[in-house]
Write a protein that binds this ligand. Sequence first.
Ligand code: CUA
Length: 342
Amino acid sequence: MQSWFSFIPESASTVSGDVDALYFYISGVTVFFTLLIAALIVYFVIRYRRRNPFEIPRPIEGSTKLETLWSAVPFLIAMTIFVWGAKVYFMQYRPAQNAIEIYVVGKQWMWKVQHATGQREINEIHVPVNRKVKLIMTTEDAIHDLFVPAFRVKTDVVPGKYTTEWFEATKPGRYHFFCAEYCGMNHSGMRGFVVVMEPTEYENWLSGNVGQSSPAAAGRTMFESLGCVSCHGANAEGGRGPALIGNFGSKVVLNNGQSVTSDEGYLRESILNPQAKIVTGFGPIMPSFQGQVTEEQLLQLVAYIKSLSTAKPETATAKPPPPSAQPSATPKASPRGSPNGK
Ligand code: CUA
């Protein structure tokens, strides 16, 4: 499993080749100019050395041509690095569409993983080869950072918000991942493996590890036990809070006239700090659930609310929620008739 050049890790994702090419280009430019400048210094020291103690050097006027040249050439080289670097950066960090979504919670000092189909694991992430995988990540304590060297992806995991990281593995195998942000005593032990499997093997793994409810199903149970349902009935009964069917991914109009797109971060904020963004037509009556739900439970609640939005293709990989939670084909209007009740 060694790469041809042992200073860099194996290359096993769709972006790793591009990252390496850029890296070698920058290294090549750096080495070329280092050698060029060092050689010129040696040459000039010898060529223009003082030959006798009374020698007076010829005055130099400067050369516009030369100065233009040594400004323009480095500028053009720097711009190739900038343009190429930006291209690779956007390829790597623009969130993937139609990816398998996996929830990851960092904690001193382990990684807790939940699959949309219900499997849970610690310090291992099983994924199929040649499929886009998107990690939706948060942490219970310090800042961590999930780094998979073989995939050339690395993203901070930050308290109080969700960050995402995606990759598409190109060959089966076990690839080390690490925490890449110093997070306390056992930071160096906070690591594990991404296990990349052939599709059939992955299906077997999925079917052999059921028994735990999916995040969406667990979220539904929490939704009911926390009493959310009395205001936000899944079918918009209740009426004291916005209907949640079709909410995820939609534009939500707030009482200050602004609108936001409902994403994981918005749902999370609305559960922990409901007064931050109040949907127009509703009062500030929702209590905060700060301290009542763990990060994993929050992800489950978010997964449940996402599952109520059938339009999102990503949720196709999730098990459908129990029949009673299945949204009807067309979302009913809120009983109070709020036009922006979503
Ligand atoms: Cu977690 Cu370092």
